[in-house]
Ligand binder design. Structure first.
Ligand code: GL7
Length: 838
């Protein structure tokens, strides 16, 4: 094109179609991409074509910053953060890139002048669901903050061909549908074939002598898989820094076995190819309940080995030595999923780079740090030794050696405490030996952190208490946070505009500045607009509910929302018991006065988790009865929104009045949805669990609806013998609620459908719903009362937002940078781009 030519000769004085920012240039670039990349004439293009063309137009505007960032990182002497995570729930890229590049308004205008509506185009993007829930989304928020804070960083993970399944609801039940997110192509990734790495599996080890007669071990694998890097740019907000998310795709080393092919064994010829590619095929849809399957261990080792080889290769290229690796690399293990890193790093240093064990161990320990994300005992990863041995024979040897040396140290520190040795050992004895990944991660890291103050305390006192006794200085807390760019600015634009109008726009990078909103607390116009924004957001959600669930909801009712993965410890069914309680009150007294409520649920159940699926069915069954009963007169409505995801979250959080954070105290490590609701002006009803505690501390106890047992009380009651039946027998309403569920009132024709749910509550009640029922119900009554006082509710809502600054992931990341990673920001200055000289 003419402008490009002009650009090359005149050193970007003329706007380039690839970088120019004027509306005219953007329109031309969009049309050009539609024609040349999508291969479509505008009159024949569909919305996917528009989305693709617009994504390329936006990506072009990222590339100069991205490549310049890579150049600066290559040239300067820096320390880089490597965030290793089996999950990255990035959310849609296009809207976020436009926001972070400050391009949103211009593109909106350009698209409008091309006859299109930007929001409709944005909706075309498949939500890249390469994660299950909080843990994967946290990784994505961290990448956003790292780039925004100009920290050299890289995310490493797996490029799953199928992300978290799509959930549809059929006859009230969850049905899982494969997520073919790549079917129309992915404009956000760049494949870097030249950086392919080889990953070994299986086989055996042998000892050999090198030229100087020194003995070494080598690993002879039974098969090798290739890891192909797929890079996605991660732009910071209003900065030149664009970091990289590198996801590995597994491919066969050779396309197929020629010998087999030539001898006519066509199936055998492609078998290895299929086996290799299976490794990055699909995300395990488990959240807080890992599956001990071989493929899962293969996935973990695959992305760990690719990533560590990549880090070492780049480091060697730059510095030519490895002894200073820890000065230039900080590797964070996001839970135990990448914990095999400890053994793989030792193998790479000792076997491949012939380093002495002690030196390698020093480097490993000073490079790695580990974040624990759960106290749930069933979620702590352990791998059977036989599986380990067949898949990673060399790593098992290394783990035994690490363990041997570690336990020797323990013995000198604490002589004659065999019980302690058994608890600390990386290998669990008895009932089939197992490798304990949390122990491996803790021993091999210089820092171990929990994700909220209570969680870290419980780690120290409970799950990792013996390690805490050994190394108290390793343990530290890093309360989670979320990025206000996606969760406020992108999700809630009119609300953001109102805030910016009052306090200026810098709050998006310094969330503590939201405090300034408190000076407007008596400003009538501000308060009116605050309510208008919430009302409009509720209307948008109401429209969505009508379109998807065919349920009409009252936007003047309390929007009472619980969205998160379905899990018994999160207690969606406690919410449901309360709803049934209200319904029975209406049935007993049809004229009863009640503050109208709309109960909204959303969340996926792990496909193999029967009870979680039954809870979804129960919510839908209750919804069917309640929503259709004319006696209710619309006072309560119940809605289950299918397929909760990051993008649906962007619609939901801004529309909430009440955020349900009702996990059994001590079970939710942190929670991050709680923060997203708070930042968008919802009040919380919650237990003293995870980050709820810190949210309440920040917003003030008068602006938070607290109920329920504390973590200590839960433990005490369990210890003393908890009997849920006592509550059933002494609480009439609770008894009626459970009886109705159990006798099939909500499941006509299937009398016993919900019996397993009720039985589990009456006989075990692991998560103490019955113990907390009355406190919850009383607290909900206070919510209803409070909502009637519109002015007071508005004040509480404003205060929640004004005091939510702590929960920006920027704050969290700064703490990681200062206290664990010891890294500093690096400025990226743009240079004029000149293709002729590049
Ligand atoms: C989780 C915790 O359950 C959740 O409370 C926390 O906010 C999140 C991020 O730290 O990590 N742990 C976990 O295994 N999953 C989580 O979401 C899946």
């Amino acid at each position: 094109m003419q402008t490009n030519v002009a650009n090359q000769t005149s050193n970007i004085t003329v706007e380039d179609d690839r970088t120019g920012l004027s509306i005219e240039t953007l329109k031309r670039a969009f049309a050009d991409n539609l024609f040349y990349i999508q291969g479509k004439l505008a009159i024949l293009a569909n919305f996917t074509d528009y989305y693709m063309a617009l994504s390329y137009t936006t990506r072009d505007r990222l590339l100069q910053r991205w490549l310049q960032t890579l150049k600066v990182y290559h040239e300067q002497d820096i320390k880089t953060v490597y965030y290793l995570s089996a999950e990255f729930l990035m959310g849609r890229h296009l809207g976020n890139s436009l926001i972070n590049l400050d391009l949103y308004e211009s593109i909106e205008q350009a698209v409008k002048e091309s006859g299109l509506d930007l929001t409709e185009v944005l909706e075309q993007e498949p939500d890249p669901g390469l994660g299950n829930g909080g843990l994967g989304r946290l990784a994505a928020c961290f990448l956003d903050s790292l780039a925004t804070l100009e920290i050299p960083a890289m995310g490493y993970g797996i490029r799953y061909e199928f992300g978290i399944f799509n959930q549809s609801i059929q006859h009230g039940w969850q049905v899982e549908i494969p997520d073919k997110w790549l079917k129309c192509g992915n404009p956000w990734e760049v494949v870097r074939y030249e950086s392919t790495v080889q990953v070994k599996f299986g086989g055996h080890t042998e000892v050999y002598n090198d030229d100087r007669g020194r003995p070494h071990t080598r690993w002879i694998p039974s098969f090798t898989v290739e890891g192909i890097p797929h890079d996605t740019p991660v732009p910071g907000y209003q900065t030149n820094t664009v970091n990289t998310l590198r996801l590995w795709k597994a491919e066969a080393g050779e396309d197929f076995n020629f010998q087999a092919f030539n001898s006519g064994d066509y199936d055998g010829a492609v078998a290895t190819k299929i086996k290799s590619e299976t490794i990055s095929k699909v995300l395990y849809p488990n959240d807080n309940t890992p599956q001990g399957r071989q493929l899962r261990l293969e996935q973990q080792f695959f992305f760990v080995s690719c990533s560590l080889q990549d880090i070492i290769r780049r480091h060697l290229k730059k510095y030519g030595r490895l002894d200073n690796l820890a000065d230039h690399a900080a590797v964070q293990l996001n839970d135990t999923h990448p914990a095999i890193s400890i053994a793989e790093m030792m193998r790479l240093l000792v076997d491949d780079h012939h380093m002495f064990w002690d030196e390698a161990w020093r480097i490993t320990q000073s490079t790695f740090a580990y974040t624990n994300h759960t106290l749930m005992p069933e979620a702590l990863e352990k791998w059977g030794v036989p599986l380990f041995e067949s898949l990673l024979p060399r790593h098992l040897e290394i783990i035994y050696e690490i363990n041997h040396r570690f336990l020797q140290d323990v013995q000198t520190w604490f002589p004659d405490d065999d019980e302690l040795l058994l608890r600390l050992s990386i290998i669990e004895e008895g009932g089939g030996k197992k490798v304990r990944m949390a122990n491996l991660a803790t021993v091999g890291s210089h820092a171990v952190n929990g994700v909220a103050a209570l969680h870290t305390e419980l780690l120290k006192q409970d799950v990792l208490k013996d390690f805490y006794k050994l190394w108290p200085e390793k343990f530290n807390n890093k309360t989670n946070g979320v990025t206000p760019r996606r969760w406020v600015l992108l999700a809630n634009p009119t609300f953001s505009e109102l805030i910016t109008e009052k306090i200026g726009g810098t709050w998006l990078k310094h969330l503590d500045e939201l405090r300034k909103l408190e000076t407007f607390i008596d400003d009538k116009d501000f308060r009116d607009r605050w309510r208008q924004v919430k009302q409009a957001n509720k209307q948008k959600l109401a429209d969505y509910i009508m379109a998807h669930n065919c349920v009409e909801v009252d936007v003047n009712s309390i929007f009472d929302i619980q969205v998160k993965r379905i899990h018994e410890y999160k207690r969606q069914h406690l919410d449901l018991l309360h709803i049934i309680g209200l319904y029975l009150r209406i049935k007993q007294n049809p004229n009863i006065k009640m503050t109208p409520r709309t109960f909204v649920f959303g969340g996926k159940a792990a496909p193999g988790y029967f009870m979680a699926k039954l809870i979804i069915k129960a919510i839908n069954a209750v919804a069917d009865v309640v929503n259709r009963d004319p006696d209710v007169h619309g006072r309560i409505k119940v809605v289950f929104l299918a397929n909760f995801s990051a993008s649906l979250g962007q619609l939901i959080y801004p529309a909430a009045d009440l955020s349900e954070q009702i996990s059994t105290a001590g079970k939710e490590a942190s929670g991050t949805g709680n923060m997203k609701f708070t930042m968008n002006g919802a009040l919380t009803i919650g237990t003293l669990d995870g980050a709820n505690i810190e949210i309440r501390e920040e917003v003030g106890e008068d602006n938070f609806f607290l109920f329920g047992l504390t973590a200590a009380e839960v433990e005490k009651m369990k210890y003393e013998g908890y009997n849920p039946r006592d509550y059933y027998e002494s609480n009439e309403e609770l008894r009626n609620v459970l009886d109705r569920l159990a006798m099939g009132y909500f499941s006509p024709g299937e009398k016993d459908l919900f019996k397993p749910l009720v039985d589990s509550l009456l006989h075990h009640d692991e998560y103490m719903l019955l113990a907390d029922y009355q406190a919850y119900s009383d607290c909900q009554a206070k919510v209803s009362e409070a909502y009637k006082d519109v002015e007071h509710w508005t004040t509480m809502s404003i205060l929640n937002v004004a005091r939510s600054g702590k929960f920006s992931s920027d704050r969290t990341i700064k703490e990681y940078c200062d206290e664990i990673w010891k890294v500093k920001p690096v400025k990226v200055e743009l240079e004029p781009y000149d293709p002729a000289r590049a």
